[in-house]
Design a protein around this ligand. Structure first.
Ligand SMILES: Nc1ncnc2c1ncn2[C@@H]1O[C@H](COP(=O)(O)OS(=O)(=O)O)[C@@H](OP(=O)(O)O)[C@H]1O
Ligand SMILES: Nc1ncnc2c1ncn2[C@@H]1O[C@H](COP(=O)(O)OP(=O)(O)O)[C@@H](O)[C@H]1O
Length: 199
């Protein structure tokens, strides 16, 4: 028997649409995916600041932070990464339902996991941003010294070294952080949102 057999869904008194109307803007997910050090957190936080300054309610869910709390029971096996992304997807969906823009910064290396999150959301609510950067450049940046540890064998299953990253093929947006500045990458995201009349 399914664990959820005796659970009933309650319709909310306040709908997503009425929350959006009150906020004066839409709600959606900007899902940043890419290697460690590619620039997910940097760009997501800079975009969040731009949105905040435009009075657009938003929140950043960041890999390292979420793994300190909600997902502190999870490691970096393929199964744990899948569960990590599933939970984040559910949280992101709640934010969208609450009328907010949510920006997520997780490696999210597996295509099937990213597509599962997309399927949780309504059409147009999931915007995948591929933060593209060659592993050699990420390794050169190595902002947390993790690539060095991975090369020495001190960290196992490190994405791009001994754990795979499945490149997105049909992202809504690709930002190339080795050839564009942080400001240019942020502007690319903002222009995309304006073009789609999301902001
Ligand atoms: N083995 C291994 N592989 C990759 N990353 C590792 C690993 N161990 C620790 N870290 C640190 O954890 C951050 C990635 O967590 P995520 O939740 O984004 O990963 S995943 O989406 O579940 O694959 C990642 O953060 P970012 O650098 O911001 O991507 C690393 O700081
Ligand atoms: N165009 C760019 N976009 C984002 N980050 C960049 C860019 N150019 C250089 N960087 C640097 O790369 C590093 C990216 O780190 P971070 O944002 O923590 O990556 P991630 O969250 O993907 O692990 C930062 O030190 C940042 O200053």
């Amino acid at each position: 028997m399914s664990k959820s057999t005796n659970i009933t869904w309650h319709d909310a008194a306040i709908t997503k649409e009425s929350r959006r109307k009150q906020n004066g803007h839409g709600s959606f997910v900007l899902w940043f995916t890419g290697l460690s050090g590619s620039g997910k957190s940097t760009v997501a936080n800079a975009v969040a600041k731009e949105l905040f300054d435009k009075n657009i309610k938003n929140y950043v869910l960041d890999g390292d932070n979420v793994r300190h709390g909600l997902n502190k029971d999870l490691g970096f096996s393929d199964e744990d990464r899948t569960e990590n992304i599933r939970r984040i997807g559910e949280v992101a969906n709640l934010f969208v339902d609450a009328g907010q823009v949510v920006l997520t910064a997780f490696i999210s290396p597996f295509k099937a996991d990213r597509e599962l999150v997309r399927s949780l959301l309504d059409e147009g609510e999931f915007i995948e941003v591929y933060v593209k950067c060659p592993v050699a450049e990420c390794e050169k940046r190595d902002p947390k010294g993790l690539y060095e540890k991975a090369r020495k064998g001190l960290i196992k299953d490190f994405t791009g070294i001994d754990s795979p990253y499945e490149e997105p093929e049909q992202s809504e947006l690709v930002i190339e952080t080795d050839s564009s500045s942080i400001e240019e990458c942020v502007e690319q995201v903002i222009q995309y949102l304006k073009g789609k009349e999301l902001i």
